[in-house]
Design a protein around this ligand. Structure first.
Ligand code: AMP
Length: 436
């Protein structure tokens, strides 16, 4: 793979050009971001459990045909974006999304016989060979849920309210929930035929992407972001009443009523169509304007035919997935507070103090206190600067004088106050003063 020459040679600290770079469309998540991600993940876990969802961890590798059957051979993901691996007779794929694998696991592990309603959540990497740009990667992470076994519109409202609550819990504001219904498979078929008739004579006015999608997936012309395509679609004045059967119409009305009932704000948006075959009835997207062109933070919907499509009995189901890297982008943009543990930084002065310091640090860490030193034998001033750079809330200073008295100096970096504490009491004292 070709190196990005500018990146390989351009960093001011770099004396030698890089020999290797990350694969196009992949991204290293560095410690500061990883800490925010873990915080997001732990907040989400608390909510998943409060809503009665259990974690499922499915493999990244699945049979290629599982995705073709689930997402549809004409979908963009299958046509252009799957990473396929051929090993002897096996045709495998790196999962582009998790729903198909979760349903495979649900059937394989007989959840359909055990539980009337099964609720799962997951975290993990997904792979799509897309053209990389801001917020669009080839390897990215999803945080999502699947609830399988009910057609009740109350479940749609539960799942959408869970998505809304996760965002609020991690401190993200200013997002929009856009919601639509596609109707059942029969409604989708009728609507697709109607769209083809309406759009055929106007096709040359659409962008090249839309022209290509017309035969493969005509619904995608509705969610094109191109302004002139949008104008043509708006001119058609499509109304969902025109293509929904009575059951689907009532289902959608009940979903909206339930959302209102629990105070979830949403916008009805006929542009939301989702690109995958398995979606039926309720579909939704959650967007955030700070993301720019790729503004979807997350998305989901019902897939009432997928369980039957993969060999089970028909079962209503609904889920969603957030793009974790996009949650991170918005969190950073909005300076969302991360519940970091307070750091205690240890400074030792002299060889004897260094030896005692190693024991002290070990004891602090054994007690679960976030604590560090840098083994650099700096001057007190240099070490204090380092403690400050790391954001330490407290500093422990162990010099020869303190050592003789069996004491250590505990300094509060914010107030500047300092006092001596007996070495044997320091773990307890640190536990007392820090907010973990
Ligand atoms: P989707 O299955 O395409 O609806 O994806 C759900 C969410 O995953 C989207 O709303 C995005 O936040 C995120 N996502 C999808 N594709 C990518 C990608 N290529 N790179 C980064 N995030 C993505």
């Amino acid at each position: 793979m070709a190196l990005d020459i500018a990146k390989a040679t351009s960093h001011p600290f770099r004396k030698m050009p890089l020999l290797f770079q990350s694969v196009r469309g992949t991204k290293d998540i560095l410690p500061n971001d990883a800490e925010i991600l873990h915080d997001i993940e732990s907040q989400a876990r608390i909510l998943f459990s409060a809503y009665g969802y259990g974690e499922i961890i499915t493999p990244i590798l699945e049979e290629r045909d599982l995705f073709i059957r689930s997402l549809g051979k004409d979908s963009e993901v299958i046509n252009k974006q799957m990473f396929i691996i051929e090993r002897g007779q096996d045709l495998l794929a790196l999962r582009p999304e998790a729903t198909a694998g979760v349903i495979r696991a649900y059937l394989e592990n007989n959840f359909n016989h055990i539980d009337a309603l099964s609720k799962f959540y997951y975290f993990g990497p997904m792979f799509r060979a897309e053209r990389p740009q801001k917020g669009r990667l080839r390897q990215f992470n999803h945080l999502g849920v699947e609830a399988i076994g009910s057609l009740n519109p109350l479940l749609d409202a539960e799942v959408i309210s869970l998505a809304d609550t996760i965002l609020r819990k991690i401190g993200i504001s200013g997002f929009k929930i856009k919601i639509n219904t596609l109707g059942c498979a029969n409604d989708k078929k009728k609507f697709g035929e109607k769209l083809r008739i309406l759009l055929k004579s106007k096709l040359s006015l659409f962008c090249s992407d839309c022209q290509e999608r017309f035969n493969r997936n005509v619904f995608r012309l509705i969610d094109c972001k191109n302004a002139s395509c949008r104008n043509i679609i708006a001119g058609l004045k499509l109304k969902r009443q025109d293509y929904l059967c009575k059951d689907c119409f009532e289902h959608f009305a009940a979903v909206l009523e339930n959302l209102k009932n629990i105070g979830i704000e949403y916008e009805e948006s006929p542009q939301i169509v989702r690109g995958l075959d398995y979606y039926t009835r309720t579909v939704f997207e959650i967007t955030h304007s700070s993301l720019g062109a790729q503004d979807a933070l997350g998305a989901g919907g019902r897939y009432d035919n997928l369980v039957a499509e993969l060999g089970g009995a028909p079962s209503g189901a609904i889920g969603f997935a957030f793009g974790v890297e996009r949650l991170l982008l918005v969190s950073k943009c909005q300076s969302v507070k991360v519940s970091k543990k307070d750091l205690v930084f240890l400074i030792t002065l002299g060889k004897e103090a260094e030896k005692e310091g190693v024991k002290l640090l070990h004891n602090l860490r054994q007690a679960g206190i976030k604590s560090d030193t840098d083994y650099e034998n700096r001057s007190l001033k240099g070490a204090m600067r380092r403690a400050n750079d790391l954001g330490a809330k407290h500093v422990l200073i162990l010099g020869e004088n303190e050592l003789k008295k069996n004491m250590v100096m505990l300094k509060d970096m914010k107030s500047g106050e300092q006092r001596e504490v007996k070495i044997e009491n320091i773990v307890y004292e640190c536990q007392r003063v820090i907010v973990s």
